[in-house]
Design a protein around this ligand. Structure first.
Ligand code: NFS
Ligand code: SF4
Length: 633
């Protein structure tokens, strides 16, 4: 494959060449081997929900127009989408639930974890209506767990407490009117799977409404719940200065990469890497160097300042450097190919979760009870592995970029408070009103091998900031923008005049000696809830609905079902959500029309599909201007 077409990340061509020379195939080669990909699958027109199938609909109207059971293009595409969004929601809810269980174990006295952020605990307790006066921390945590578990136990028609407690009234009324308020998240997931089996729902509108409901399950029982509880246990992020890209690997250090999603594991690896530093020195290394891939990388970046190694699409190339002594993974976005590639080097790949085992990897079971032991064992395995590193196979790229990250809503408010201590949101709002900030866009989501790696994220964002749009970001989009230097305060230079003035004013007020970066890293994909919180805070301040704000979201290079469920939540919040990769629904013009047009009148948000970054930027800016006009700005 032509190296120049792979990526705009400068480290990729050399590592790709190295892989080829060493006879290793990567995601880029496997993508090529899959060409041409099936047109029925690409457009969402194939169904395998029963064993009479697979059935396919001919999009050109010449072949079959219904599956064997009679399901039409619209039923098949809407049903497939609901299944994908349900799977995405399930992944996030399962993640949040794991953290909830640990919170409960903290109340029961586990020593593996503790409460790091009492402030956040009180704030979440307050939101849930818990009276914290005269209660011990343990009592508050117990009560909080009971309330949240009740959401998972309730089998009636009551909507989720966690959603009700965290949503603006106008949104709740809209969702209620549409009949999309979720109940018990587990029940919603179960019901959606039932609803999409053979011989069930054949009404595309009903299926899409259920899809929106599952988006809300993700947003509140997944994203919001996970972020809140992780902040309580590990602390709410505050600004950190660090670096991004594979140049953060170090030749004479034990290099450990954490990859996956849930900070329960990665935080412990950080803790034990620091504690076992001396053992690494005894083994001949200068110390232990940690770096992160995918969202767990974002989690430990935000809270611990650990550098980012790389994002989803380059996870294999991290191992190709020959300098990774050990990669430890938990859940989600872990390519099964890693084991085979690690086997070509001294790199040890360690799986930790009962639901993620990879033949060829070593498995060290990780639970709350074994968290400390397992993490020590894993760090020691890395130290051992370092001694077996083959210098002849090592190539560490030089490239890395400076990153200022850690922008939780709390950190943003704190920074703004330096400009106006009594009314911290006012400076932000005033600058939006004056047009210094035209609007705010969240770029989120993955890499997708169908798009030149990182290219869409970076080009889109450069266009936006040039036009005075403030960008907030999470997930692998954040990695892409970090690697491209867009989280270096020096990148404020690329921003339009108005935006640059605001960034400089905030930076100066905070004694940063320069501006804020034009792109604010708000965390992992579950931390999209932070963006939701910021949107709600601004909407409440202006006494309008989130759907009225001059904002948008974009998933330029998404690949995962989780991105589809997050996008659906964003649309349900009333936010126009751009997709840079065509979603597999276009086989049905009706379903496509509902998602990209009709949805707006119903719920305020809609999907916007555009595969050209410059046109997408123009479309998003046009949308922001239209929203401004409606607010008389
Ligand atoms: Ni989000 Fe994060 Fe990356 Fe996509 Fe995967 S790591 S949870 S799914 S690929 S952004
Ligand atoms: Fe075909 Fe219907 Fe079975 Fe799907 S559910 S595979 S369309 S017969």
């Amino acid at each position: 494959m032509d190296k120049s077409k792979l990526s705009v990340d400068p480290v990729i061509p050399n590592l790709y060449r190295k892989a080829r020379e060493e006879g290793i195939s990567t995601v880029f080669d496997r993508y090529e081997a899959q060409q041409p990909q099936c047109g029925f699958g690409l457009t969402g027109l194939c169904c395998r929900h029963c064993v009479q199938g697979p059935c396919r609909i001919d999009p050109f109207g010449e072949g079959p127009q219904a599956g064997i059971c009679g399901a039409t293009a619209e039923v098949i595409t809407a049903r497939n989408l609901l299944r994908q969004v349900t799977a995405g929601a399930a992944a996030h809810v399962d993640h949040a639930y794991d953290v909830l269980e640990v919170l409960e174990q903290i109340a029961q006295g586990t020593e593996s974890y503790s409460i790091k952020d009492q402030e956040k605990l009180k704030q979440v307790a307050f939101t849930l209506g818990i009276d914290t006066a005269n209660k011990t921390e343990q009592e508050i945590v117990e009560e909080m767990c009971q309330i949240i578990y009740r959401d998972f136990a309730n089998s009636g028609a009551t909507p989720m407490t966690y959603l009700k407690a965290n949503s603006p009234r106008e949104r709740l009324e809209t969702w209620e009117k549409l009949g999309v308020l979720p109940r018990n998240p587990d029940r919603e997931i179960r019901e959606a799977l039932h609803q999409t089996t053979m011989g069930m729902d054949a009404d595309p509108v009903n299926l899409i409404l259920k899809t929106i409901r599952l988006g809300l399950v993700d947003g509140f029982a997944g994203l919001k719940l996970a972020t809140d509880l992780q902040d309580i246990i590990f602390g709410t992020p505050q600004p950190v200065v660090t670096e991004a890209n594979l140049g953060v690997l170090k030749e004479d250090y034990v290099n450990i990469i954490v990859h996956g999603h849930v900070p329960l594991l990665s935080e412990k690896i950080v803790e034990w890497s620091r504690k076992l530093e001396d053992e690494a020195k005894k083994a001949g290394a200068k110390g232990i160097n940690l770096a992160g891939i995918c969202c767990t990388g974002n989690e430990v970046l935000m809270r611990q300042g650990i550098p980012l190694a790389t994002n989803f699409l380059a996870q294999e190339l991290a191992i190709i450097t020959g300098a990774v002594d050990l990669m430890v993974v938990d859940v989600q976005c872990i390519m099964p190919s890693l084991a085979e590639i690690a086997a070509c080097y001294h790199t040890r790949l360690v799986t930790t979760m009962p639901i993620v085992k990879i033949p060829g990897a070593e498995h060290v079971p990780f639970t709350t009870e074994t968290a400390d032991e397992a993490s020590q064992q894993i760090v020691r395995m890395a130290i051992e592995s370092y001694q077996k590193r083959n210098p002849a196979k090592v190539y560490i790229p030089r490239e890395k970029a400076k990153v200022v990250a850690g922008f939780s809503v709390e950190a943003i408010v704190k920074a703004l408070a330096k400009l106006n201590p009594d009314d911290p949101l006012k400076p932000l709002i005033d600058n939006i009103v004056s047009g210094n900030i035209l609007g705010v866009v969240a770029t989120v989501g993955c890499n997708n091998v169908k798009v030149k790696h990182d290219w869409f994220h970076i080009e889109l964002v450069k266009e936006l900031i040039k036009n005075n749009v403030l960008v907030v970001t999470t997930g692998c989009s954040a990695h892409a923008l970090a690697k491209a230097g867009l989280m270096d305060p020096a990148a404020a230079e690329w921003a339009g005049e108005g935006l640059r003035a605001v960034l400089t004013a905030i930076g100066t007020a905070n004694d940063l000696g320069g501006p804020l970066p034009p792109v604010l890293h708000m965390g992992s994909c579950v931390d999209n809830s932070r963006i939701g919180d910021l949107v709600i805070a601004v909407a409440n301040y202006l006494k309008v609905s989130p759907k009225d704000l001059p904002i948008a979201a974009s998933a330029p290079e998404y690949q995962h079902e989780k991105a589809l469920s997050i996008g659906t939540w964003a649309v349900a919040m009333g936010i126009m959500t751009h997709l840079g990769v065509v979603p597999p629904v276009v086989g049905s013009p009706k379903v496509t029309r509902i998602l990209t047009q009709d949805a707006e009148a119903l719920i305020g948000g809609k999907f916007y599909v555009e595969t050209d970054p410059y046109k997408a930027a123009a479309g998003i800016i046009e949308h922001i201007k239209a929203k401004r006009a409606l607010l008389n700005l």
